[in-house]
Design a protein around this ligand. Structure first.
Ligand code: C5P
Length: 212
């Protein structure tokens, strides 16, 4: 069974997908974490993310693995390192490179053919698994999405403003939605859920009720 959960940044995809994976006892793959891991590696090596050739070269010699709720980049756990504002600000430039996507999608499809899995991302229902058993597209207003991210970042010591975070998110969504290859898009047959004003449990319930 494949469950695809797509949508813009901060719509609640990863929180919801994790809980559903637990509930249904299936695997969870955070596909955004893969693009983040490549971005983190580029930044660590001083590679300019606008230099496509150089980014592709990095992606080709990158090993990404998911085990025990951890993400491994070249055998090292990078759960927190890939969630910084710097990685967020650069990831969409890495993710718009077709060759990088091919490499990541190969891994995602390989995992999906071996296991029952819920994947969250931008193009899972529209491109990676067009025949997924269930497809959801989560949305929320930019203000609500910004508030969620802002809260997360403040817990980690962020001292900027909510407006900055809303701007970051809108910029990322714009690049993700307008890239040429496999953009952020609702698949025609995906169920759209507006999570604005909904609690986590309510969204999980809305998704699980469709799966039953
Ligand atoms: O889900 P998250 O916000 O962590 O994703 C980070 C970035 O990775 C997105 O903004 C997007 O550029 C990219 N991404 C993608 N395709 C996916 C998942 C994420 O392009 N399936």
């Amino acid at each position: 069974m494949i469950i695809a959960v797509d949508g813009p940044a901060g719509a609640g995809k990863s929180t919801i997908s994790k809980l559903i994976a637990k509930k249904l006892n299936i695997n969870y793959i955070d596909t955004g974490a893969m693009y983040r891991a490549v971005t983190y590696k580029c930044l660590s090596e001083g590679v300019d993310v606008k230099n496509e050739e150089a980014v592709i070269e990095v992606a080709k010699r990158t090993d990404i693995d998911f085990r025990d709720n951890n993400i491994y980049l070249d055998s090292k756990v990078v759960n927190e390192k890939i969630r910084t504002r710097e990685v967020s600000a650069n990831v969409s430039d890495v993710a718009k490179i077709k060759e990088v996507r091919y490499l990541m999608v190969d891994v995602q499809r390989e995992i999906g053919t071996r296991n029952d899995v819920i994947l969250d991302g931008r193009d899972i229902g529209s491109y990676v698994f067009p025949n997924a058993d269930y497809k959801f597209f989560l949305v929320a207003t930019p203000e609500e999405r910004g508030r969620r991210r802002y809260k997360e970042l403040c817990e980690k010591g962020f001292e900027g403003t909510l407006e900055e975070i809303i701007k970051d998110i809108e910029k990322r969504d714009e690049i993700d939605s307008n890239r040429e290859f496999a953009p952020l898009k609702k698949a025609d047959d995906a169920i759209e859920i507006d999570t604005t004003g909904l609690g986590i449990d309510e969204v999980v319930e809305a998704v699980v009720s469709k799966i039953k």
